[in-house]
Design a binder for this molecule. Structure first.
Ligand SMILES: Cc1ncc(COP(=O)(O)O)c(C=O)c1O
Length: 440
């Protein structure tokens, strides 16, 4: 049986222009450290560290060894009314890194599942405390919270919602997004303008009465919408409004957790503590799919009532806390500690910012945004053809410069490795400049 496709049509690819891709496919068959390796042996530098996933690099020997060992020892174990040793150990490690007050971790298999799990926990928490009237969920325009029905409904990326508009879950509202190029173009880190946009939550609390709102979910730094750092004071203001009305604050840290902002969680970097945190990606360095929802003790404890033999939360996945994923996660936590990964990321932040902002005067560039090791360069769209310039740059970087750069429409997004080498970063951006110069 062949493991090489003779016809690539059978795979329906996610978030991909399938017909365009299959005319000239970009297929990877290996990876090592900071590079992908194509089937013909070509090495490509990965400027997106997977998909914001692989902060310590690909095929890290310590993580590979842990997964190999685990698969031979315990391949799978049911996690309902039983549990595997690695899942308990990983929960403890993650909680140890979490902001003060967090006590419990619930495992999922992806960011999308983490988000839907968090929304369900928020609703069930209020009900367990006799506040079942708190049913409304608040998201934010331009937010990305995955593709399941809950996350899509609180999300605010229009193309992701459009086709499913009539079937989004009811009782959801959105606060305004914080992107304003007129006011904030080329801000470094957090923009000054826009703190007042958090007051949109107050408006919704007045409209619905705060006592009907269960939770608000935001990414501390919006990623998929093109890297939108929060205006200075914005997250603090959201926290205040939540406290005032008894609304739970959920930080979707699927991208920002595990070092991307130079700290274990974005919450610690911003000094704002949510009630619930969702994570995935860096939890296993992308090696085995896994997500995790972290909750504060008061949330977990609200469920621990009634007869002890009863299930407290009717929710979970066949693969929650999967032994391979948990083994990968434990090895990743060791690597983070032993190699000082979060400190490495923090030390790279200024260099990354300076390199990015060296594109400020480029004629095709209309904005540059960055925070931690998240960055974006927004290009002016071609007249009448939005997104075409961005995709062409992605492809030219791949073919001509052997460089993986992600584009969301005309926004080039960068997620450098947390342990990047500065020379590689500089050379990659020189290549990106050549490509931006060369396209229409
Ligand atoms: C903030 C955020 N939430 C949720 C998700 C969804 O994660 P997944 O693709 O693992 O389902 C993502 C994915 O990029 C994300 O960035």
């Amino acid at each position: 049986m062949s493991t090489v496709a003779t016809d690539i049509d059978a795979l329906w690819m996610p978030f991909t222009a399938n017909r365009d891709f299959k005319k000239n496919p970009r297929i990877i068959s290996g990876a090592e450290g900071h590079h992908y390796i194509a089937a013909d042996g070509t090495r490509l530098y990965d400027m997106f560290s997977g998909l914001w996933t692989s902060g310590v690099g690909h095929c890290h020997p310590k993580i590979v060894a842990a997964v190999q060992k685990q698969v031979a020892e315990l391949d799978y174990c049911m996690s309902f009314q039983m549990g595997n040793d690695k899942a308990f150990a990983l929960a403890e490690r993650v909680i140890d890194m979490a902001p003060d007050g967090f006590s419990n971790a619930f495992f999922t298999n992806s960011g999308s599942e983490s988000v839907d799990t968090a929304l369900k926990i928020a609703l069930a928490y209020h009900r367990a405390r006799g506040e079942g009237n708190r049913t409304r969920l608040i998201g934010r325009e331009k937010g990305y919270h995955g593709v399941n029905f809950g996350g899509m409904s609180v999300g605010g990326i229009v193309p992701n919602r459009k086709v499913f508009s009539a079937n989004l879950i009811p009782g959801v509202d959105h606060i305004r997004h914080t992107l304003n190029i007129n006011e904030n173009a080329f801000s470094r880190k957090q923009p000054e303008w826009g703190t007042h946009l958090a007051d949109d939550l107050q408006r919704l609390a007045e409209l619905h009465d705060g006592s009907n709102i269960a939770a608000v979910i935001v990414e501390p730094v919006a990623g998929s919408a093109g890297v939108l750092p929060p205006p200075a004071g914005y997250l603090e203001r959201l926290r205040e409004i939540c406290d005032q009305h008894g609304i739970l604050l959920i930080f979707d840290e699927v991208i920002t957790a595990f070092g991307r902002l130079g700290t274990a969680f974005g919450a610690q970097r911003f000094g704002v503590t949510p009630d619930i945190i969702t994570s995935a990606k860096g939890l296993t360095n992308g090696v085995v799919p896994m997500g995790c929802v972290l909750v504060q003790e008061h949330i977990h404890d609200a469920f621990m009532q009634g007869p002890e033999h009863m299930v407290e939360l009717f929710h979970g996945y066949t693969y929650s806390g999967h032994p391979l994923a948990a083994a990968a996660g434990l090895a990743v936590m060791d690597v983070y500690e032993e190699e000082g990964t979060f400190e490495q990321a923090a030390a790279l932040e200024q260099t990354f910012e300076d390199i990015l902002h060296s594109f400020k005067d480029h004629e095709k560039v209309i904005d540059i945004r960055n925070f931690g090791l998240m960055g974006s360069i927004e290009l002016a769209p071609r007249k009448g053809d939005p997104g075409a310039r961005g995709l062409e740059i992605h492809k030219k970087c791949f073919w001509d410069e052997k460089l993986v750069v992600r584009n969301g429409m005309d926004v080039l997004q960068f997620s450098p490795f947390l342990n990047s080498n500065v020379d590689d970063m500089q050379q990659s951006f020189e290549a990106i400049r050549r490509v931006i110069d060369s396209v229409d």
